[in-house]
Write a protein that binds this ligand. Structure first.
Ligand code: PHE
Length: 339
C-alpha cells in the first residue's frame, strides 16, 4: 500500500512539468506492462483474500488516477500549443488599411476631362471621340481651311513622314467625322489629345488636350451657345465669375468669339497671369460656318450649329493655380500627390 502511494505521488509530481514526449514515457513507465502497479496487480494472488481486495482496489484506483492525470495534462498541453500557434500565426486584418502604399488618384488632366465631361453631360451632351492621326480633309479642308491658306502656318502641324497623314492639331477634326456619320440633331463633346510642333515653355507643350463641343440642329442661335458656355464656366469655376464673349476669328465658325473669364488671381486689376488684361481667355467658339455644314453635305439652309474648343491643360492650370504646364507631364510624384 505504501508503494502504491509513493508511486502515485512520484508520478503526479513528474506529470506537472512534463511535455508531450515525457508524458508518453511516463505512461509506459507507470501504467505499462513492467510498471510497479502492473507488477503489484500481477502478484495479487499471493496475498490473502482481504489484502487482495484492498491492494487490488487501491492499485486500480491509482492506475485510474495516473491515467486521468496524464490525459488531463495531454489536453492542457494541446490547448497551450494551439494557443501558442494562433498567437504566432495571428493575422491582423486591420493591417490591410495601413498598407504602406498610398492610394492612387487620377492625373489632374484626366480629372479635369472627367469633370468637364460630366458637366456637359448634365447639359445634354454625349461624349464621343476621334482619331489622333488624321488627314488633311478632317483637320483642315472640311473645316474651311484650304491648302496653302496662311492660317495653316499658325497650326504648326506634325506631318507623318511616309503618308499624307498628320497628327490632329485640334479636336475640331472630330466635328467633321461625327457630322459625316450622323444626321442632326447632334449634341456632342469630343475630348482628346492634340499635337502642335511648337517649342515647349511654361505655357506651351507640343502635346496637350482639348475638348470640342458641337451642337447642330434646326433653329440654333448664338444665344444658345452663350447660355451653355456661361453655365459651364459657372459650374466649373464659380457661380459669380464674370464671363465675356469677345469677337474673334476662326475659319470654321462665323461669327466667332473667344470666351474670357475675369482673372481670379488679381480680381481683374491686372497681374502676370492675365498679362495685365484683367481677363483670361479660356476657349474659342462660334456658329458652325455654312461651308463646314456643306462639306458634310448638310442642308445649311435648314441646319445651324455652334461649336467650341477648350484647352484642358490651360483650364486645369487656372483651376489649381499651376504656373508651368510642364509640371503636368513630368510625373513628379511630389507634384501629383497633391491631387
Ligand atoms: N479649334 C480651335 C483651336 O484649336 C478652337 C475652336 C473650336 C474654335 C471650335 C471655334 C470652334 O483653337
Amino acid at each position: 500500500m505504501n508503494d502504491i502511494e509513493l508511486v502515485v505521488n512520484e508520478v503526479m509530481e513528474k506529470i506537472k512539468s512534463a511535455d508531450i514526449v515525457t508524458l508518453k514515457i511516463l505512461e509506459s513507465k507507470y501504467l505499462g506492462k513492467s510498471s510497479v502497479l502492473t507488477k503489484i496487480l500481477k502478484f495479487l494472488p499471493q496475498y490473502s483474500v482481504e489484502n487482495k481486495k484492498k491492494i487490488g482496489a487501491e492499485a486500480n484506483k491509482a492506475k485510474n488516477i495516473i491515467k486521468n492525470e496524464i490525459n488531463k495534462k495531454k489536453e492542457d498541453l494541446k490547448k497551450s500549443l494551439f494557443n501558442e500557434k494562433i498567437q504566432k500565426e495571428k493575422l491582423d486584418c486591420s493591417q490591410i488599411f495601413y498598407f504602406p502604399f498610398s492610394k492612387g488618384s487620377f492625373h489632374p488632366v484626366i480629372e479635369t476631362i472627367e469633370t468637364i465631361s460630366s458637366i456637359f453631360k448634365t447639359l445634354g451632351f454625349s461624349v464621343d471621340e476621334g482619331p489622333e492621326i488624321e488627314n488633311d480633309w478632317y483637320n483642315f479642308e472640311a473645316l474651311n481651311i484650304p491648302k496653302n491658306h496662311p492660317v495653316r502656318d499658325t497650326q504648326d502641324t506634325f506631318y507623318l513622314s511616309d503618308t499624307k497623314k498628320l497628327l490632329r492639331t485640334h479636336t475640331s477634326a472630330g466635328q467633321i467625322r461625327i457630322m459625316e456619320k450622323r444626321t442632326p440633331p447632334i449634341k456632342v463633346i469630343i475630348p482628346g489629345k492634340v499635337y502642335r510642333n511648337e517649342t515647349s515653355d511654361a505655357s506651351h507643350s507640343s502635346t496637350f488636350h482639348q475638348i470640342e463641343g458641337l451642337f447642330v440642329d434646326e433653329n440654333i442661335v448664338f444665344i444658345d451657345l452663350k447660355v451653355v458656355l456661361t453655365e459651364f464656366v459657372h459650374i466649373f469655376f464659380s457661380d459669380d465669375l464674370d464671363v465675356r464673349f469677345r469677337p474673334s476669328y476662326f475659319q470654321f465658325t462665323e461669327p466667332s468669339a473667344e470666351v474670357d473669364i475675369r482673372c481670379f488671381f488679381c480680381k481683374g486689376k491686372g497681374c502676370k497671369v492675365c498679362k495685365n488684361l484683367g481677363w483670361i481667355e479660356i476657349l474659342g467658339c462660334g456658329m458652325v460656318h455654312p461651308k463646314v455644314l456643306g462639306a458634310v453635305n448638310y442642308n445649311f439652309e435648314k441646319y445651324r450649329g455652334y461649336a467650341f474648343g477648350l484647352g484642358i491643360e490651360r483650364i486645369t492650370m487656372l483651376k489649381y493655380k499651376i504656373d508651368d504646364i510642364r509640371l503636368l507631364y513630368e510625373n513628379d510624384l511630389r507634384f501629383l500627390r497633391q491631387f
